[in-house]
Design a protein around this ligand. Structure first.
Ligand SMILES: Cc1cc2nc3c(=O)[nH]c(=O)nc-3n(C[C@H](O)[C@H](O)[C@H](O)COP(=O)(O)OP(=O)(O)OC[C@H]3O[C@@H](n4cnc5c(N)ncnc54)[C@H](O)[C@@H]3O)c2cc1C
Length: 400
């Protein structure tokens, strides 16, 4: 299929075809509430405390943020949303959204859940990927320790640590990737805070050398708000060419900006984050163009809600004469956000997916709090969501 560059992201009828009017009204209420920094700040601070104290807020959470941003508490519950998205040719990245629960038993449980998700994905038409957060299967303390250990810098595996718990983390990842490779499902490794990222990068590269020989099974995530990531992407690509494997590259801007800057200031080291949004945008678009230019050896997942970045790459694909559904170019947005990008791009024939977390309500709270914070701190994102929802509600009302 060839692209026609007449994609418009404005079509709200396409964007929200899968939502009932009642769903849209709920979303309007939710985004209006989290748009207020005061309400968002109180809610993000109070929610974990109230949950711990046993205060009955589960019902409220479930019918608001949980329903907006999460597929369900179990795989079975999420299956309904996966089917619904599939009906619009939207694909799914399944994410067992439990984060930072310490303890080997919890890590093994998360591993089992991810393997179940892979087996489930293999039975569905529209679930090509699962995602993995290494902090779901490894201790923060261990990752910090490995991050600090003397080593060859980013991306090159060395044998510095034969630490037993790191051996278990590697075994978990090998079990996940083995199953994924057998079932034809991709594994996206999320990027996290800079002070734990190095061992994650090294493990990701190691796994790619094993599993990405003939196709991309493993993907690492590159946060382009970091001022060293464009060159790290290029270094990773060099390693891929030398090691004769396909580089799986998921590009994001990065979710921990405030936390990163605050830590750097507190501990007195230079911030790893670009000084301006423009600098982040420039590196992001350059990284995406680099991946596209090398699409024979890099499989790209453009994970962004930024309209310009999505359109730029779609346009560049057209310019290069690439088919819209090229197997090495994939677009993705989080479930509950930027439906206008997802659904209008899928209608135009691109590979597009929703990143869909699932998991017990109390365990996905960190993910939900990040979404609430992001929608408050990212200038304009919430007002854009609200404008689109209001436009669609007005369109439906006028049609009656
Ligand atoms: C499918 C998917 C998967 C994701 N996976 C991950 C992941 O693994 N790890 C992760 O960290 N994040 C992840 N994210 C979140 C992502 O990093 C961004 O936080 C989010 O998508 C917003 O960026 P944007 O490109 O969508 O939009 P935009 O609104 O264009 O960009 C907002 C982002 O720009 C950056 N920024 C904003 N202001 C400034 C400033 N003053 N100076 C420098 N930079 C600035 C920040 O990164 C901010 O989040 C994922 C997002 C998606 C859609």
């Amino acid at each position: 299929m060839n692209v026609s560059m007449n994609i418009s992201l404005e079509n709200t009828q396409n964007a929200f075809a899968y939502k009932t009017t009642a769903d849209l009204k709920k979303a309007r209420f939710l985004f209006s509430a989290i748009q207020s920094p005061l309400i968002a700040s109180i809610a993000t601070k109070l929610t974990p405390i109230l949950m711990k104290s046993g205060f009955p807020i589960n019902g409220i959470l479930r019918s608001t943020v949980f329903n907006q941003f999460v597929g369900g508490e179990t795989l079975e519950e999420s299956a309904r949303i996966c089917k619904q998205l599939g009906a619009y040719k939207v694909q799914v990245i399944l994410d067992y959204g439990v984060e930072a629960k310490e303890g080997e038993e919890n890590f093994d449980n998360v591993t089992d859940q991810i393997i179940n998700a892979i087996e489930f994905a293999a039975t569905q038409q529209n679930i090509p990927f699962v995602s993995v957060k290494i902090t779901g299967i490894a201790s923060m303390f261990l990752l910090e320790k490995l991050n600090e250990a003397p080593r060859l810098r980013s991306g090159i595996h060395d044998s510095e640590s034969e630490d037993a718990s790191w051996v278990s983390v590697r075994e978990r990842m090998y079990a996940i990737c083995e199953m994924a490779s057998e079932k034809g499902i991709g594994v996206l490794i999320d990027a996290e805070e800079t002070w734990i990222q190095d061992p994650i990068d090294r493990l990701a590269v190691e796994l790619m050398t094993v599993y990405n020989k003939s196709k991309a099974v493993v993907y690492n995530t590159y946060q382009l708000y970091r001022n060293d990531r464009l060159s790290f992407l290029q270094l990773s690509h060099k390693l891929a060419l030398e090691g004769k494997f396909i580089l799986g590259a998921k590009l994001v801007r990065g979710a921990y900006m405030e936390k990163e800057r605050a830590r750097a200031e507190k501990l007195g080291y230079p911030s790893p984050i670009h000084d301006t949004k423009d600098a982040t945008d420039k590196d992001y678009d350059e990284a995406a163009a680099y991946c596209l230019k090398n699409a024979a050896t890099i499989s790209l997942i453009l994970a962004s809600h930024n309209e310009q970045s999505n359109l730029l790459i779609a346009k560049e694909m057209e310019h290069k004469g690439m088919v819209a559904n090229h197997e090495h170019v994939h677009f993705s947005q989080l479930y509950g956000m930027s439906d206008h990008i997802t659904f209008n791009m899928s209608t135009a024939g691109y590979n597009v997916s929703k990143y869909l977390p699932f998991g017990p309500l109390q365990d996905v709270i960190p993910y939900l709090m990040r979404r609430a914070e992001e929608n408050t701190s990212v200038n304009g994102q919430t007002s854009r969501e609200l404008t689109l929802i209001r436009t669609e509600l007005a369109r439906r009302k006028a049609k009656k």
